[in-house]
Design a protein around this ligand. Structure first.
Ligand SMILES: [Zn+2]
Ligand SMILES: [Zn+2]
Length: 340
């Protein structure tokens, strides 16, 4: 089968012909319909972030497809079913999994990181993790639910806990950020989207942002937000992973508000402990999405509360995957998918 194989940062991605993965007893083989192209992949390919599985490894963690084959012990899934594969697979056995916090599983396996992923014609995954997709959801576009939509779903619902009427500032309108805009707005929030790209801010308004701020055109974003909200937002979400933006997002929050960090950075941030204490500000992290949240999320897509079709702005054949990364770097795409 054809696959985009990562050979380490010095070589990058190569389209190769490799064997179709063998299916274990509790696994299924999925014929990949589409796989979303995520910024995380760019971190492996260009920014030296190591993959857990030593290269060569097939990347791609945002996939949907049709079940081609099931292992001998699989009883919950049948051949021909349309499925969504969550980006992160959980062990189901550790303390976190057993207490309903599977998204911070101590033995999590991420597709296209710990194991071969879905920039390929086929991928083998444990049957317990996949979700059935209703016929009304388009199969290819559904792939982006696996990460770009599910990660902000958990962030908005369980971490930011957006309530109707809350003012919510969202920093970064990429694939994940745009869904945070859409989800926070669907939850009744008054969303202010922040980015430096005018096109993305335009999209953010289409996806429910009430107001936008171009961070490149104002002196201090927090000053603007305080003006717009009469003293500060109830909630700020940072979906970039930039230490300076995280600090700026903190400064946007009113007393009693909360900051949710969704973007990843390994760098340190500097925020005032005194402000956290005296103004009772919550600072929270948010990682991935729990299995239990996928079903209501898929229902929201089915009910049209979350639009996935409009988010897929580009689609590429597997051979042209490099072009997907190029448009991502130019900031020209909202979400690209490859269709192997
Ligand atoms: Zn991703
Ligand atoms: Zn676990």
């Amino acid at each position: 089968m054809k696959a985009a194989v990562f050979h380490g940062a010095d070589v990058g991605l190569k389209i190769e012909d490799i064997p179709i993965p063998k299916v274990g007893a509790d696994q299924i083989l999925v014929k990949v319909a589409a796989c979303g192209v995520c910024h995380t992949d760019l971190h492996y390919i260009e920014h030296g972030v190591p993959t857990f599985k030593k290269p060569p490894v097939v990347l791609g963690h945002e996939a949907s497809g049709v079940v081609e084959e099931v292992g001998g012990e699989v009883s919950n899934i049948t051949q021909g079913q349309r499925v969504l594969i969550p980006a992160v697979l959980t062990c189901g056995k550790c303390m976190f999994c057993r207490t309903g916090r599977e998204n911070i599983c101590s033995d999590m396996q991420m597709l296209g990181n710990h194991m071969d992923g879905a920039y390929a014609e086929y991928v083998a995954v444990p049957s317990k993790d996949v979700l059935e997709l209703p016929a009304s959801i388009p199969l290819e576009e559904a792939s982006i639910i696996a990460d770009a939509t599910s990660t902000p779903y958990h962030a908005v619902k369980n971490r930011a806990r957006v309530q109707p009427g809350d003012t919510v500032v969202i920093f970064g309108c990429g694939g994940v950020g745009m869904n945070a805009v859409q989800l926070a707005s669907a939850a009744g929030g008054y969303v202010i989207a922040v980015d430096v790209n005018e096109r993305k801010l335009e999209w953010a308004r289409e996806f429910g942002a009430a107001q936008t701020v171009n961070a490149g055109k104002v002196e201090r974003v927090s000053k603007e937000i305080k003006k717009m909200t009469g003293g500060g937002a109830d909630i700020a979400m940072e979906v970039i992973g930039n230490p300076r933006t995280i600090e700026e997002a903190f400064d946007c929050v009113r007393s009693g508000g909360r900051l949710v960090i969704v973007g990843f950075t390994h760098e340190k941030i500097s925020i005032s402990a005194g402000k956290i204490m005296f103004r009772e500000i919550e600072v929270l992290g948010s990682l991935g999405c729990r299995p239990v949240d996928y079903i209501p999320l898929i229902r929201m897509v089915e009910q049209g509360k979350i639009d996935i079709r409009k988010q897929v702005t580009h689609r590429f054949a597997l051979d042209d995957i490099q072009k997907a990364f190029d448009v991502m770097k130019e900031g020209a795409s909202l979400r690209s998918i490859v269709t192997p």
